[in-house]
Each structure stands twice: as C-alpha cells, then as structure tokens.
Design a protein around this ligand. Structure first.
Ligand SMILES: [Zn+2]
Ligand SMILES: [Zn+2]
Length: 209
C-alpha cells in the first residue's frame, strides 16, 4: 500500500494519496488546495487516479477538487449527507476562505459500509457524523489503516460548532464505530500527526469515563 501525506492550504489540512502497488491504481482523499502539487506527487508515484474522496464537505478539505478533477479525470465521491455542502460556498466555508470558492456536484455519493475497490485494495466507508452530518472515515481493514478526517485527531476530536455539528453524535460515532477497531490500526487524521486506535482509546481525554 502506498500512502503519502501532504499538508495543503492555509489550514494545513492533510491530503492523502493512497495507491495499490501492484496495479498502480490510486485515490486522493481531501485535496484541500494546491491541486498542482498533489498532481505532481501522483505523477511521481506513477498512479492512475480513480477517485477523489472527501471525508466531509469543509473548505479546507475540498478546495482543490475542481482543478484536480480536471487534471486527472477521477470521480469525486462524498457521503450523501454532505453532498449539498459541496454546492454551497457559504455552507462549505470556501466563501469565507482565501482560495477559490467551491460549488460542485459529486460524481457519486457514498454511504455507510460501502466497499470501494482501489486496484487490489479494499476500502470500507464508515459513516461518523458529528463534525458534519455526512462525515466519513475510510477503513482499510487488511492494511490496518484508518483515514479519520476531522472526526478523530491525535489526542483530540473534531469541532462541533459548525453547521451540522453535534458533540454527542461525534462522541457516539467515535466510540461505537472507531473504538471497536484493533489497537494496532494506524489513524491518519485530517490535521496534524498520525496516531493509533490503541493510543486514543487509552489517552484521548475526550473518550475517557
Ligand atoms: Zn472540517
Ligand atoms: Zn479540517
């Protein structure tokens, strides 16, 4: 499994390029900006891009989708509950950010427990509402990798004061859907450093008691 992290845009959102080594099929998760830089990395890795997958509809994670889609021809996927955010620059916050505004339709919407094939990799969609209504995590069970978006961070959790946010729902999503995974699963959040399910289970102050 190829996994490359690029922190992009003014909010340093983590964009992940994930690829299957044997077929050179790849996806990009959360191209928040700097589409040319992401594209250059995809080319360097020799990947053919199949999907651009968005963990949720916030501007710092979606800013580069239109340009990256033009460059690669990949399909844009987002959970059906966040699809309307893509269309509305006020709700997706690109209207109040420095970059270009985003007003797009996804090519497809995805839902809980969908399985996507990326070459020989299998990626399961886990719906984790709370940061936004349609927030998702991407789980690669065989490789023990979780892309957690703005749901779970190293020692922290996502904010819940923006449109569609709910603290109670976010905590439930993390406890019921993520904390059932193995301790050894590596977690790659939408901002900051990577962590593991085991570390967060023991140390994350929002998940204790
Ligand atoms: Zn967010
Ligand atoms: Zn974010």
């Amino acid at each position: 499994m190829i996994i490359e992290k690029l922190a992009v845009g003014a909010y340093a959102a983590n964009c992940f390029i994930i690829g299957d080594e044997s077929t050179k099929t790849g996806i990009v998760v959360d191209p928040g900006g700097e589409a040319e830089r992401i594209y250059k990395k995809i080319e360097d890795l020799g990947l053919k891009l199949k999907y651009i997958i968005l963990t949720h509809g916030h501007g710092d994670h979606i800013g580069g989708i239109e340009k990256l889609k033009k460059l690669t021809g990949a399909e844009v996927l987002i959970h059906h509950d966040d699809a309307m955010m893509l269309k509305d620059p006020t709700i997706n916050l690109t209207a109040s950010m420095n970059g270009p505004t985003v007003s797009s339709d996804p090519d497809k919407t995805i839902g809980d427990r969908d399985i996507l094939a990326i070459g020989n990799l299998k990626c399961e969609i886990i719906h984790t509402p709370g940061h936004t209504r349609g927030g998702i995590c991407l789980y690669f069970a065989k490789e023990k990798v979780l892309i957690s978006g703005d749901t779970l961070f190293y020692g922290s959790i996502g904010r819940t004061d923006l449109a569609g946010g709910s603290h109670k729902q976010l905590i439930n999503s993390i406890l019921e859907r993520l904390m059932i995974l193995d301790d050894q699963v590596t977690v790659y959040p939408g901002h900051g450093a990577s962590t593991t399910i085991g570390f967060e289970r023991k140390r994350n102050p929002f998940l204790q008691g």
